[in-house]
Design a protein around this ligand. Structure first.
Ligand code: DGY
Length: 433
C-alpha cells in the first residue's frame, strides 16, 4: 500500500503546474473545476499548501456573478478541442477578466472539499483561517446557482450541457440527442489523437455538444435565454447532490468561523427546499432509486446510473429509500464478475464498459459512494467498493476509468482514457488514509 501511495503522490506532483493541477497530460491540459476540487483532497494528506493553492487558483477564475467555469484555459496549447477560441467566455459581460474560460460549469464540489481540507488538516487553526479567505467565494457560487439556475424556484438547479454533468457521454443523454438534429460541424478532434477512439464519444455526439454551446454563445451565455432555449436542460441527481453536500459543509464551516448568521440562515433555507424537491421529484418509485429529470421535455429519464446512488453521499434519502438503492446497487452492479461500480446500468443495451461514461468504473464516483454507504451504515458494501477501487488501480495504474468486467483485468490493460490521472491518484490517497 505504501508503494501505491508513493506512486499516487508522484502522479499528483507531476500533474502540478505551479499553482494548479491538470487532470492528466495531453488529454486535459488545463485546469478543470471538479477535478481541481477532488485533487485538493489528495494533496491535503501530504502538502496542504498545494491543496489550498489549487482551490485558490480555481476561485481566481470565478466570474463576477459567482459562476465558476468548468475549464480555466491557463495556457495557449492547441492540443485540446474545443479550446478557448471556440468557447468565447468573453461574450458574457461578467466573465473573468483574468482568464479565458468555458461558459459552462461542473458539479460544485468546492464547498465539501473545503470541509475535507479542514478534517484532514493537522493544523486546524491555520486551515480554518485559510478557509475564511475563500469561503465567501464559494457561497457566492451557490447563490449564483439558486438565483440563476432554478427557473421554477424549486431548490433544484439545472445543467444546460452534458459537460456540466461531469458524466459527459452518459447514455442518459441519448434521449436528449433524439430530440435534436444539429448540423454536421467540421472540426478537428484532439482527444482521439491522445486516446483510442473506441473509449471516447463519437463525432455525432460532439456535433450535439458543440451545437448546445453555439446556442449559448448566440445569447452571450445569458442564463435566462439558456433556460428558455437550450435543448439540453436537466436536473441532474449527481450535480444537485454535490450542491447539497457542499451547502451542508458551508453551514458547518461558517458555524466554526462564527459571525455569519445571515449566510447560515440562507444556506439552511436553500438546503431545506432542495432536499424536499430532490426527494419529491427525482426519486422514481417504480425503479427504486433517483433518476434525472428532463426539464425541457418535462419528464423523468428512467435510467439507473452511478449518479442514481450519489444522493447517499449527501444524506438525502430516508433509511427506507437507502435500503432500496442498496438492493439495486447489489443486484445490478455488484455481481462477483463485476468491479463496482459501473457508471451505467450493466443490464441496459446502452451499457458499454469501455466507453467513457457509458459503463466504466470511475474512482470519483466510487469515492462518493464509499462515503455515502458508510454514512448509512452499509459498511460491507462500502468496503467492497474501496477494495475494488484499490484493486483496479493496482492492476492497471492510475487510469481515468476502468472496465467493470473482472475478466478484462487479467493482463492489466483494463484502464482506459487518460493515464496518470490526477483524481484517481488523489482519491486513492484519501481512501487508504
Ligand atoms: C472532455 O473533453 O471530454 C472533457 O471532459 C469535457 O469537460
Amino acid at each position: 500500500m505504501k508503494l501505491l501511495e508513493k506512486k499516487a503522490i508522484e502522479v499528483l506532483n507531476k500533474n502540478w503546474k505551479n499553482g494548479f493541477s491538470i487532470p492528466c497530460a495531453n488529454l486535459y491540459p488545463f485546469q478543470w473545476f471538479w477535478d481541481s476540487g477532488l485533487i485538493a483532497v489528495g494533496f491535503a494528506h501530504f502538502d496542504m499548501d498545494k491543496a489550498e493553492k489549487e482551490i485558490e487558483t480555481l476561485l481566481d477564475a470565478q466570474w463576477e456573478n459567482g459562476f465558476i467555469p468548468h475549464i480555466v484555459f491557463r495556457s495557449e496549447t492547441d492540443s485540446y478541442f474545443p479550446g478557448a477560441d471556440f468557447h468565447r467566455s468573453d461574450l458574457h459581460p461578467q466573465s473573468s477578466k483574468k482568464y479565458k474560460t468555458t461558459g459552462m460549469t461542473q458539479p460544485p464540489v468546492t464547498g465539501f472539499v473545503l470541509k475535507e481540507l479542514y478534517k484532514i488538516s493537522q493544523n486546524k487553526v491555520k486551515t480554518l483561517s485559510y478557509i475564511e479567505t475563500v469561503i465567501d467565494k464559494v457561497y457566492l457560487n451557490h447563490e449564483y446557482f439558486f438565483n440563476n439556475r432554478d427557473p421554477k424556484n424549486e431548490g433544484l438547479v439545472y445543467i444546460y450541457h452534458n459537460w456540466e454533468s461531469g458524466t459527459d457521454n452518459s447514455p442518459i443523454w441519448d434521449d436528449v440527442w433524439d430530440t435534436m438534429n444539429p448540423p454536421e460541424y467540421t472540426f478537428e478532434r484532439r482527444d482521439t489523437t491522445h486516446v483510442d477512439a473506441s473509449q471516447r464519444p463519437s463525432k455525432r455526439e460532439y456535433d450535439h455538444y458543440l451545437h448546445i454551446i453555439e446556442i449559448a454563445k448566440k445569447h452571450n451565455y445569458d442564463d435566462k435565454k439558456i433556460a428558455e432555449l437550450s435543448p439540453f436542460l436537466i436536473q441532474d441527481p449527481l450535480f444537485n447532490a454535490v450542491l447539497i453536500k457542499s451547502n451542508r459543509s458551508l453551514i458547518e464551516l461558517y458555524t466554526l468561523i462564527g459571525n455569519n448568521k445571515d449566510k447560515i440562515k440562507q444556506l439552511h433555507d436553500w438546503q431545506e427546499k432542495s432536499i424536499k424537491s430532490f426527494n419529491n421529484k427525482l426519486f422514481d418509485e417504480e425503479i427504486g432509486t433517483y433518476v434525472h429529470y428532463d426539464l425541457r421535455n418535462e419528464k423523468l429519464l428512467k435510467y439507473v446510473s452511478s449518479s442514481s446512488f450519489s444522493p447517499l453521499f449527501a444524506g438525502i434519502p430516508t433509511k427506507e429509500r437507502a435500503m432500496s438503492m442498496v438492493k439495486i446497487m447489489i443486484d445490478k452492479f455488484g455481481g462477483s464478475h463485476q468491479y463496482m461500480c459501473a457508471s451505467f446500468d450493466p443490464d441496459s443495451e446502452r451499457f458499454n464498459p469501455k466507453k467513457y461514461w457509458r459503463g466504466p468504473v470511475w474512482v470519483n464516483l466510487n469515492w462518493m459512494l464509499y462515503r455515502g454507504l458508510n454514512e448509512y451504515g452499509y459498511s460491507d458494501l462500502s468496503e467492497r467498493i474501496k477494495k475494488d477501487t484499490i484493486e483496479i488501480i493496482e492492476k492497471n495504474g492510475f487510469y481515468e476509468y476502468f472496465d467493470s468486467r473482472k475478466e478484462m483485468h487479467k493482463n492489466g490493460k483494463a484502464g482506459y482514457g487518460g493515464n496518470n490521472f490526477s483524481w484517481s491518484a488523489a482519491l486513492l490517497i484519501d481512501l487508504i488514509h
